[in-house]
Design a binder for this molecule. Structure first.
Ligand SMILES: Cc1cc2nc3c(=O)[nH]c(=O)nc-3n(C[C@H](O)[C@H](O)[C@H](O)COP(=O)(O)O)c2cc1C
Ligand code: SF4
Ligand code: SF4
Length: 248
């Protein structure tokens, strides 16, 4: 059974590719989190978690949801993390999570996909993004084949830099940067409500047909990248940048 969390579609794309290869069904973690649903899940023996990388680890909202949810019958867990560059020492924390859940840890695969973090960096235009996604194909297949054959993923790079980013920098990054204060909607907002329905944390509401952001945000980039009117900005940081979503 595949569990996927995705802000802008990269991880969902990868989950679909893996599902096509292994035949596993897909469960949407975004909806589970949005609905506050931590009810036990009747699983297959194999659990595959597919997520973006946030600050060199699993998104905290995902690891929190996994901790709270019982996966009945599950025995082994594989993690697939999409990223714009590197997952750091995330595997260490995925292993710890497995120990807490009494699951056998089968490894973490890193899949290089287009960067989506436009509140901080730039995302590639769609033509370049498509090339990055094409290049990811062989890594996705390799990961899917390992799962199908019931073997562990190869151990990814783990140097001193990776260990620092995933340990000390991860919590500092969350407290310094992951905030929704800078989001605002421009006059081009049509009041369609798509940002409200996409937000996995129910952090957006419409007031007088314009979105307002609350305090609970994980910077998934769904609202700003998927607004059909491109009406959302993140202070000055997002101005003039391509909005990214995986359209495959
Ligand atoms: C809040 C945030 C933090 C991120 N941190 C990292 C990171 O530590 N390393 C990295 O390579 N990419 C990082 N990225 C990029 C995403 O992991 C990458 O683009 C991912 O494929 C997006 O997946 P999605 O489309 O399923 O949401 C970050 C993106 C966001 C929004
Ligand atoms: S998705 Fe965009 S256009 Fe629609 S309500 Fe939100 S900000 Fe406005
Ligand atoms: S407010 Fe936007 S960036 Fe923050 S969690 Fe919701 S959809 Fe994601």
């Amino acid at each position: 059974m595949i569990f996927v969390f995705s802000g802008t579609g990269n991880s969902l794309f990868v989950a679909r590719q893996v599902s096509a290869f292994t035949g596993d069904s897909i469960t949407d973690i975004n909806q589970k989190i949005k609905n506050g649903d931590t009810l036990p899940i009747a699983c297959s023996e194999e659990v595959i978690i597919v997520t973006p990388t946030y600050a060199w680890r699993l998104p905290k909202v995902v690891s929190d949801w996994i901790e709270k949810t019982d996966f009945d019958n599950a025995g082994r867990a594989w993690f697939i993390m999409t990223c714009g560059g590197e997952i750091g020492n995330a595997p260490k924390y995925n292993r710890i999570l497995c120990e807490k859940k009494n699951l056998e840890y089968m490894g973490t695969a890193q899949i290089l996909m287009p960067e989506n973090y436009i509140a901080m960096f730039s995302a590639p235009a769609w033509d370049s993004a498509k090339q990055i996604i094409e290049r990811a194909g062989s890594d996705i297949e390799e990961a899917a084949a390992a799962i199908k054959n019931g073997i562990c993923f190869k151990v990814p790079r783990n140097n001193i830099y990776d260990r620092i980013m995933s340990s000390v920098i991860n919590p500092a990054f969350y407290s310094m940067f992951i905030k929704s204060d800078a989001f605002y909607a421009k006059d081009s907002c049509t009041g369609c409500g798509k940002c409200v329905s996409l937000c996995p944390l129910n952090n957006i509401r419409l007031k007088d047909n314009k979105p307002e952001w609350g305090k609970s945000c994980t910077h998934c980039m769904a609202c700003i990248c998927c607004c059909p009117a491109e009406a959302i900005e993140y202070g000055n940081k997002s101005k003039g940048k391509s909005r990214y979503q995986c359209r495959l």
